[in-house]
Design a protein around this ligand. Structure first.
Ligand code: MSP
Length: 472
C-alpha cells in the first residue's frame, strides 16, 4: 500500500543569533519537498523550530544583558518572520522552551534511566561551546575546532552518561541495510567507516554547570545536554508527550534534513536514544553541504557574508528560493557570490522565464487561445529527482527542458509574423506555448509558488505584469 503520509524536518536552529543563508537553504529545501509531496496528495507534516537551551545561548543572552527566555523569544520571532517572507509552509514551529517539550524530555530521561540506558559517571574532555559538543584530539586542527576556529575548553565534571556500546552493532546494521538510510551515499560511507573504525564512547547527556536547560527529573543539580533536548523535538514537535508506547501517527520521520556539520551527532546520538527507547528510526537522514561565499566559509572577519535579507530585497521571495536551490548539487558544498547570483537572476528569471511569459501573453492580445493541458502528468515529470532529493537537478531540468526550449520555439516560429500571415499556424503555435507555460507553472509550483500562480493567472486573464525586473 502506498504510504500517504510524509513527515519532514529541518534541524532546529540555535537561538543565539539571527538567521543566515544556511538556515534559509535547509528550510527552503524542506518547503519545496513539502509542497511537492502535498501536490502528490500526501498528508505532509513539516516541522521546523528553535533550539533554545544550552551554554551558547546562555552566554549570548548574558552579552546582551537579557534573561535567556526574553532573549530567545526575540530570536524566535526573527526566524518566524523570515520564514514568512520566504513563503515557508511549516506545519508546526517547535521551541525547546515550550512547556510540553520540556515535560516530554524529562519523561524520556526518566525512561532511559529506568531502562538502564543511563548511568552516573564522570566526563573528562575537551568541549567546544560553538558546537555544543565534546571533541577528541583527532577532531581538531592545530588544536582548534575546525568549524569554529576556537580552542575547546577542558571540562571535567560529574555527568550522566548514555550507553552507546550496546547499540552500536544494531545501529550499524540498520544503516548498512538502509533501514536508517543516510544519504547521499558518500555520507553513509563516512558514517559506516566511522562506526566500523572504533567502539563508540558513551555520551555525556547532562551538564552540572549550565543552568539554562531542562533539569534532569532524577537529579535537579544537572540540566539535560542540549543535543539530547534538541533531538527530541522531532517527536515532541508532533505533540508527543514522551510515552514511547504511544507514538504519533506521523512517525517515523521520512526525511530528517540536516547540514553536514551535524551529521555525526544525528547518525549516532539521535538513533541511539531511539534504539534505547524501542522507537523506529527515521527512514532517511539527508545531508546537504554548506553554502560557501567566493570559495570560503562565510565570516564577518573575511567580510564575505551574504545576508538573506539582502537576497530577499534584491531577488524577492521566489528569486531567492530559486537562487538558493539552483546554486549547486544538493548534498555537496555550493559556492555563491552576489555577482553570480545577479547574473543568474537576470538570465534565468528576468530574461528566461519572465520574458517567456510576457512574450506569450502579449502575442495573443486580441486572440482567444484555448488552453489544452499537456499530455504529460506534471506530478510524474520530476518525481524521480524529487524523491531522491536532487532538488537542484529538478529545478535545472525545468529551465533546460521547458523554459529555454519554449523561448527557442518562439524564436524559431516567429509568431509575430504568423499573426499577420497565417492565423491557423499562429493559433497552433500559441496553443502549444500556452499548454507548455501552464505545464511550467505546475512543475515550478513547489519551488516558486507565487510565480507559478502568477503564470496561471496571466494565461487565464491574458494580462501580465513583469514577473522579474532586470537588475542593473
Ligand atoms: N541546533 C543545532 C541543530 C539541532 S537539530 C536537533 C544546530 N543549529 S545551527 O543553527 O547551528 O545550524 C542549523 C543548520 O544550519 C545545520 O544543518 C547547518 O548545517 C546549517 N548551516 C549552517 N551554516 C551553513 C551554511 N553556510 N550553508 C548551509 N547550511 C549551513 O546545529
Amino acid at each position: 500500500m502506498k504510504d500517504t503520509k510524509f513527515y519532514i524536518t529541518t534541524p532546529i536552529y540555535y537561538a543565539n543569533a539571527a538567521p543566515h543563508i544556511g538556515h534559509a537553504y535547509t528550510t527552503v529545501a524542506a518547503d519545496v519537498l513539502t509542497r511537492f509531496h502535498k501536490l502528490q496528495g500526501e498528508e505532509v507534516f513539516f516541522l521546523t523550530g528553535m533550539d533554545e537551551h544550552g551554554m551558547k545561548i546562555q552566554k549570548a543572552a548574558e552579552v546582551q544583558n537579557k534573561q535567556p527566555q526574553e532573549f530567545v523569544d526575540g530570536i524566535a520571532e526573527i526566524f518566524q518572520a523570515l520564514w514568512k517572507k520566504l513563503n515557508i509552509e511549516n506545519t508546526n514551529f517547535i521551541r525547546t522552551t515550550d512547556a510540553a517539550h520540556k515535560t516530554a524530555v524529562q519523561k524520556v530521561l526518566q525512561t532511559l534511566l529506568d531502562k538502564g540506558a543511563i548511568y552516573k559517571g564522570t566526563y573528562e574532555g575537551l568541549y567546544c561551546v560553538g558546537c555544543e559538543q565534546f571533541k577528541n584530539e583527532g577532531d581538531l586542527v592545530s588544536g582548534k575546532c575546525p568549524d569554529h576556529g576556537t580552542v575547546p575548553e577542558f571540562t571535567k565534571e560529574e555527568s550522566y552518561m548514555l550507553k552507546m556500546t550496546d547499540i552500536q552493532a544494531e545501529l550499524l546494521a540498520k544503516i548498512e541495510k538502509n533501514e536508517f538510510q543516510i544519504a547521499p551515499e558518500k555520507y553513509k560511507n563516512e558514517i559506516v567507516s566511522f562506526l566500523k573504525g572504533q567502539t563508540l564512547n558513551d555520551v555525556s547527556i547532562s551538564r552540572k554547570n549550565v543552568a539554562w536547560g531542562v533539569p534532569l527529573p532524577f537529579d535537579a543539580s544537572h540540566t539535560t545536554y542540549v543535543w539530547v533536548d534538541a533531538f527530541l523535538n522531532y517527536l515532541t514537535g508532533l505533540g508527543w508527550d514522551g510515552d514511547e508506547k504511544k507514538l504519533p501517527a506521523q512517525w517515523p520521520v521520512d526525511v530528517n534534513l540536516i547540514g553536514k556539520d551535524i551529521l555525526r551527532v544525528h547518525a549516532t546520538i539521535w538513533p541511539a536514544i531511539l534504539i534505547h527507547l524501542g522507537i523506529a528510526l527515521p527512514r532517511m537522514l539527508f545531508t546537504h553541504g554548506h553554502i560557501l561565499s567566493g570559495g570560503k566559509k562565510m565570516s564577518k572577519t573575511v567580510g564575505n557574508v551574504i545576508s538573506i535579507d539582502d537576497m530577499l530585497e534584491k531577488f524577492g521571495t521566489d528569486g531567492t528560493r530559486y537562487l538558493l536551490l539552483s546554486a549547486g548539487t544538493f548534498g555537496d558544498d555550493v559556492d555563491v557570490t552576489m555577482e553570480r547570483m545577479v547574473e543568474k537572476y537576470n538570465s534565468d528569471l528576468a530574461n528566461g522565464l519572465g520574458n517567456l511569459v510576457s512574450r506569450v501573453v502579449k502575442l495573443c492580445e486580441g486572440f482567444e487561445i484555448e488552453l489544452v493541458r499537456s499530455e504529460y502528468d506534471h506530478l510524474i515529470w520530476n518525481k524521480g529527482f524529487m524523491e531522491s532529493l536532487w532538488l537542484d537537478k529538478a529545478v535545472d531540468r525545468i529551465w533546460d527542458h521547458l523554459v529555454r526550449k519554449s523561448n527557442k520555439f518562439i524564436d524559431d516560429n516567429k509568431p509575430w509574423d504568423l499573426k499577420k500571415t497565417d492565423e491557423i499556424k499562429f493559433r497552433e503555435v500559441m496553443g502549444k506555448l500556452f499548454s507548455e507555460l501552464y505545464f511550467i507553472a505546475e512543475v515550478l509550483d513547489p519551488f516558486m509558488p507565487e510565480t507559478a500562480a502568477k503564470i496561471k493567472t496571466a494565461l487565464e486573464t491574458k494580462k501580465v505584469e513583469p514577473l522579474f525586473l532586470r537588475i542593473k
